[in-house]
Ligand binder design. Structure first.
Ligand SMILES: C[S@@+](CC[C@H](N)C(=O)[O-])C[C@H]1O[C@@H](n2cnc3c(N)ncnc32)[C@H](O)[C@@H]1O
Length: 237
């Protein structure tokens, strides 16, 4: 599934993602909608999130990435590559996203910041193009709020990470409070149009449904934004 010209100091850096456009023909309609939404948002994504990034998201990312260990890393829903400057130096990374335009922005960050080997691929987390147990660890930040079938995506992450390998997720989710939960349900259609995110996902339950073993949950903003540290388990989906 990887495509594009590989050049330069990092042989695994995909320099040309233009051919990956072909993949859209194989996507079911929900995926296509997600992809189109993020392709549309890509040029202003970093600008839109800049204040939140400066105020708190940047610190949350650092906290989440500090949970990673050594070994080959898969990042799913890499977006514009905001985590790249925070990867430990020398890490070998495969980073996937469904949106070509988000990936093109991520490629610029690779060129600016990354000091290891990174492979950018257009791929669907719900059907990852990797053999089982390929990776030692995986990372997702604010990804499973936009994946059409998050449980399927989480199953796939669990499949491609070796048994015992750590899976770190930084995600926002629906709060447990009844009234706040209802408010999030009410606002969801608006937020998804503007930012492409569902704010009412039950991500902790989804992680469990995907058969991942939750090792630790760190509440970084009440029960709305959490770091979930899990290991791969058997997915029965
Ligand atoms: C809210 S953005 C977060 C981007 C990045 N992880 C960050 O922390 O800034 C969600 C990302 O998930 C990607 N995405 C959504 N559905 C996906 C799927 N099925 N497979 C791969 N990536 C997907 C979107 O294209 C988008 O780049």
């Amino acid at each position: 599934m990887s495509a594009g010209r590989r050049t330069g100091a990092f042989p695994n850096v995909v320099r040309d993602v233009s051919k990956l456009n072909d993949m859209k023909n194989y996507m079911p309609s929900l995926n296509r909608k997600t992809r189109q939404r993020f392709d549309r948002i890509a040029p202003i994504f970093d600008l839109m999130e800049w204040p939140m990034e400066r105020l708190f998201m940047g610190a949350w990312r650092k906290r989440a990435l500090s949970e990673l260990g050594n070994g080959r890393l898969l990042e799913v829903g890499v977006g514009t590559g905001k985590n790249m400057p925070l990867y430990p130096p020398g890490t070998t990374v495969s980073a996937v996203d469904i949106s070509r335009k988000m990936l093109l922005r991520a490629r610029r960050r690779v060129d600016r910041h990354h000091h290891g080997e990174i492979q950018l691929m257009m791929a669907d987390v719900q059907a990852l193009p990797f053999a089982s147990g390929t990776f030692d660890q995986a990372l997702a930040t604010f990804t499973f709020c936009s994946v059409p079938d998050p449980v399927q995506g989480l199953c796939e992450v669990g499949r491609v990470v070796r048994p015992g390998g750590v899976i770190v997720m930084l995600e926002h989710m629906q709060p447990q409070s009844l009234w706040l939960g209802k408010l999030f349900d009410f606002l969801n259609p608006l937020v998804i149009r503007i930012l492409g995110d569902n704010i009412n996902r039950k991500t902790l339950e989804n992680v469990q449904s995907a058969g991942l073993r939750i090792r630790r949950v760190i509440d970084v903003k009440g029960d709305i934004v959490r770091i979930i540290i899990a290991t791969a388990g058997a997915c029965e989906k």
